[in-house]
Design a protein around this ligand. Sequence first.
Ligand code: ACO
Length: 361
Amino acid sequence: MRQAAITGWGKCAPDKVLSNDDLATLLDTNDEWITSRTGMKERRISPVPVSELSYIAAARALACAGVNADDVDMIILGSCSFDSQVPNAASRVQQLLQANNAACMDLNTACTSGMYAMSVASAMIKAGTINNAVIIGAEVIHPFMDWTDRNVAILFGDGAAAFYLEAQDSEENIGIQAEALGCIANSRDILAVNGVGLKYANQGWPLGTTEWDFEGREIFKQAINGMQSGCEKALSKMGISTSDVDIVIPHQANLRIIEALAQRLKVPSEKLFINIHRYANMSAATAPMAIVEAVEENIVKPGDLILVPAFGAGLTWSAQLIRWGQRCEAIGESDVKLPESKETALEIIKKVAEIHLKNPS
Ligand code: ACO
């Protein structure tokens, strides 16, 4: 049977760390509040745009799979922070990778984009449309953050993670085995970034400034409901329950959301993978990065069944059940890395905040 196996994985977490204490120098907040309400301790800030961060994660995923960029059929970049709209950002990743035979697609379902990209690539591989794909979940959120709004500014960070998926004819079931995707109707206004998107072009909106509509409590409730129903749908497609799942790797938007979801799904804490304290919410990069780290930390074992619930603005939701293959070690390593830059995370953020204050929206 034709399967879409995950044979390569890679991440790019910029080394510029923005701690809760750093944030407290800019905003009326503190480490105790952020840690107790969200579980976040620090986040990363990228010195490069999302396509360049994506390129590094993708190059690492290809090296991990032991394949050349020329062999790639398709690049899908899942994100909502594309550095260009036309041409798309995936074609910039192609250019940097020199993946000259690849089709290139941007995909935006906000925080779920990386996992939707995996679902799309997997379906196209199983259908025979393509033989392989690099899928990326990546986000560089800090340039469009409203750094005057403590309700949202503390929650997000930058990062990228990528997977190489390839067709395998195998009796063994590997890759995505079941999934459920959806979007909660009439909830699109509870999370919106005003100032980003072509409706603002040439309309007099101060260039580069944003204002977030963000109903935190409502998002919190709907996120749990959406992910719970997604997981139940995906599990029922396979006729299994969470006790048959080896590890749950959820989207990391708030530790309390993860704990509430785990309680509803009856998932014990030892089956949960959590890295929110290191990165905060990297939107589209979050779930992919958590999967990569769970593999790198030997938490994912050969043949494990992984459940990945996620949600994002829209409010989109997703849940994939992924059967990992027999290999958990990388075949090779890429030597690509981010360019050197001396600026600290806080210095980068302060620059964006100053621009925002000069151009209030
Ligand atoms: N520091 C200190 N105090 C703060 C901060 C802060 N950073 N932010 C808010 N507060 C204050 C509020 O002003 C409020 O004060 P008040 O009681 O005097 O009015 C108090 O803390 C409590 O605020 P709440 O909003 O009720 O706090 P809550 O416990 O709901 O936590 C949070 C807020 C963390 C945002 C939570 O609602 C949440 O995580 N929601 C989900 C957000 C999320 O997942 N977003 C991802 C979206 S996905 C995407 O696609 C972008």
